[in-house]
Write a protein that binds this ligand. Structure first.
Ligand code: PGA
Length: 263
């Protein structure tokens, strides 16, 4: 039986004092005996603050990105071994904001992406994380143009195939995939729960084909995109949704604890 997982993606928010206040509130608001696994992914700069505050709790923490090389002249980057050293359980990879937030078909090429992450670089990151026993949270999802062109499933299949290339089911056992339709992220537009569940079911079938039924069954598939207290219970009660990757609503301790209660 897969345990529900709710991950707060703080993105580029929270100073150390704000992070301290947010975590202290969360520790008061979320029942420590909850059956839901909870993780926070702060910026690299607040990782240590968050780690320290969570050290005696059941909460996990993780990073929002990683670079695949073990070390060297890679200005501005952080390796998987550094994340392991900082005690990270999880690391987000392939988020649409690192792949290219607005999607290939919706903006001029000059503004194509912030960080130009591709399926190939996502694959290298996954391998680096798995080598360090950090659970990757692999994000996949279609842009609005891709949804309108009815290529959602094909796009997601290609993202999964590319990201998981050369990785064995046993290595990705207990891994996490987040279905994040790009058009629903930070826009307030949530994907209808039945459709989110359909796509998450499609992801599990794709994982069965890429790995096998046993490995696919162990993977938690999260939904992300404008999850909040008011829609969490509906989304997380769907058979194929094992929890959520939460951006905006994770910045407010009350709202985030409502999301966790929804799970
Ligand atoms: P959102 O972000 O909840 O603010 O839509 C989700 C995400 O980007 O992971």
């Amino acid at each position: 039986m897969r345990k529900k997982l709710v991950v707060g993606n703080w993105k580029m928010n929270m100073t150390r004092s704000q992070a301290t206040a947010a975590i202290e509130s969360l520790l008061l608001l979320i029942d420590p005996n909850t059956d839901v696994e909870v993780a926070i992914c702060p910026t690299y700069l607040t990782l240590e603050t968050v780690a320290h505050l969570l050290r005696r709790s059941h909460f996990h923490y993780g990073a929002q990105n990683v670079f695949w090389m073990p070390g060297g002249a890679f200005t501005g980057n952080v390796s998987a071994s550094m994340l392991a050293d900082a005690g990270c359980t999880f690391c987000i990879v392939g988020h649409s904001e690192t792949r290219g937030r607005f999607g290939k078909l919706e903006v001029p090429e000059s503004t194509l992406s912030y960080f130009s992450e591709t399926n190939e670089t996502v694959n290298l990151k996954l391998k680096a994380l798995l080598y360090q026993s950090i659970h990757p949270i692999l994000c996949v999802g279609e842009t609005l143009a891709e949804r309108e062109a009815e290529t959602t499933d094909a796009v997601i299949y290609e993202q999964l195939k590319g990201a998981l290339d050369g990785i064995e089911g046993v290595e990705f056992y207990n891994g996490v995939v987040a279905y994040e339709p790009v058009w629903a992220i930070g826009t307030g537009k949530t994907c209808d729960s039945a459709e989110a569940s359909r796509v998450c079911g499609f992801i599990r079938r794709a994982l069965t084909e890429i790995f096998d039924a046993d490995a696919a069954d162990s993977v938690r598939i999260l939904y992300g995109g404008s999850v909040k207290g008011s829609n969490a219970a509906d989304l997380f009660s769907q058979p194929d949704i094992d929890g959520g990757l939460v951006g905006g609503a994770s910045l407010d301790a009350d709202e985030f604890s409502r999301v966790v209660r929804g799970a």
